[in-house]
Ligand binder design. Structure first.
Ligand code: MG
Length: 402
């Protein structure tokens, strides 16, 4: 049953997916060897991981951080190679002997190492959203050329991957489930009075601030539609979203005869992270499974497009193609950061993204440089738009969101 010890490179080792990856490594002794650990900057947490897992290489992406780390730990860790900057992250992603790369660096810094891993033909567990949202065509070409395998880590794509595994009958539609975030029930909220504090309370998943806001606007689901297009190759119009507040069905595929396959489970990131690492094997995860000894209602409803304009904007970017998704993503990052910083109100997020997208003429990006240029243009435009919009208002008393 065992297929030998897998050698891992974990990019983004100190973040939430990186931490979950190491939990899986700890829970399945003898399965994995951690050959490479990479993070943005040094610090106590990374040092503790390096001492514990003794990788062959540690990479630090932020400038000057590798030097700082080497100064402190060179003597204690003489056998560990310490590399830095974007080139260092690429070395960690392509380290000799590594079978599987967990790509979990957050943001644009994850693009180059993910591309390098794909070009080197590694199996890539993909948690970095930008890789497919902003640079899907570039990544897909690289994987195609080298025969590298991309295994999605996000719960929705992991679900679809599982529903499609080993099948010859192609699906006619993909259904990504969305929890609907904390503002699903329209009548209870005035969206113009939403503050970062209320938006950060997500009903089912515990996540960082950026992704929590993206869940509240449904932009997260829009970005996932774009990722699904590259992972599964269906045309934009056959990638759909359905709101499912319980987050039990992680996504579904629909076939020509009207059959649907769904993947269900307790909402916990360790399940998809572990599956990406052990694929095609399945092993115990230690997460409490669903038990049907209590009534369990599963609700599905169409997303309210008036209430969630970010979803519509993502659909437009997906349909426009080329570098439009990169522009959407960059403008959204600027808008969400401004919202979290109380410089933009909640309805300002789609307003800013829509204005930037509306001013953009899509082009097919040839490489990561072209993607970066589109991204930089969109950020500049978005900053201008933020300056034109009202800042977030004094919070009104609201009903508890969940
Ligand atoms: Mg997701």
């Amino acid at each position: 049953m065992t297929s030998g010890i897998r050698s891992l490179s974990i990019l983004g080792a100190t973040g939430s997916v990186g931490t979950t990856t190491l939990e899986v490594v700890d829970r399945l002794p003898g399965r994995f060897r951690v050959a490479a650990l990479a993070a943005g900057r040094s610090g106590g947490r990374l040092a503790a991981l390096v001492c514990r897992y003794r990788p062959e290489v540690v990479a630090l992406g932020a400038p000057g951080e590798a030097e700082r780390f080497a100064e402190r730990f060179r003597r204690e860790l003489p056998e560990v190679a310490i590399v830095g900057g974007p080139a260092g992250l690429e070395r960690a992603a392509t380290w000799p002997g590594v079978d599987t790369v967990m790509s979990a660096i957050v943001g644009a810094a994850g693009l180059r190492p993910t591309l390098a891993a794909l070009e080197a033909g590694r199996t890539v567990g993909l948690a970095n959203k930008e890789s497919l949202v902003a640079a899907g065509a570039v990544m897909a070409r690289a994987a195609e050329a080298s025969g590298a395998r991309l295994i999605p880590v996000d719960s929705e794509h992991a679900a679809i991957h599982q529903c499609l595994a080993g099948r010859r009958d192609p699906p006619v539609r993909l259904w990504l489930t969305a929890s609907g975030g904390p503002f699903r029930e329209a009548s209870r909220f005035r969206l113009d009075a939403v503050t970062p504090e209320t938006a950060l309370r997500h009903p089912t998943w515990k996540m960082g601030p950026k992704i929590s806001i993206d869940s509240a606007t449904l932009m997260n689901k829009g970005l996932e539609m774009i990722e699904a297009r590259w992972l599964f190759g269906l045309p934009p119009e056959d990638i759909r979203v359905v709101v499912h507040p319980q987050s039990i069905v992680h996504s579904m595929v629909e076939f020509a005869d009207g059959s649907f396959l769904a993947q269900l489970g307790t909402p916990h990131m360790r399940i998809p992270v572990q599956y990406a690492l052990t694929w095609p094997e399945r092993l115990p995860s230690g997460i409490d499974p669903l038990r049907f000894d209590e009534p369990l209602d599963l609700r599905f409803e169409p997303p309210d497009r008036d209430r969630f304009p970010c979803l519509v904007l993502a659909e437009q970017a997906l349909a426009a193609g080329g570098d439009a998704p990169a522009v959407l993503n960059a403008a959204n990052e600027v808008a969400v950061a401004a919202f979290l910083d109380h410089r933009l109100d909640f309805p300002g997020i789609p307003a800013v993204v829509g204005a930037v997208l509306g001013a953009h003429a899509p082009r097919e990006p040839e490489n990561l440089e072209a993607v970066a240029a589109a991204d930089a243009w969109a950020r500049g435009q978005a900053r201008e738009e933020v300056r034109r919009r009202p800042a977030s208002k004094t919070p009104l008393p609201l009903a508890a969101p969940c």
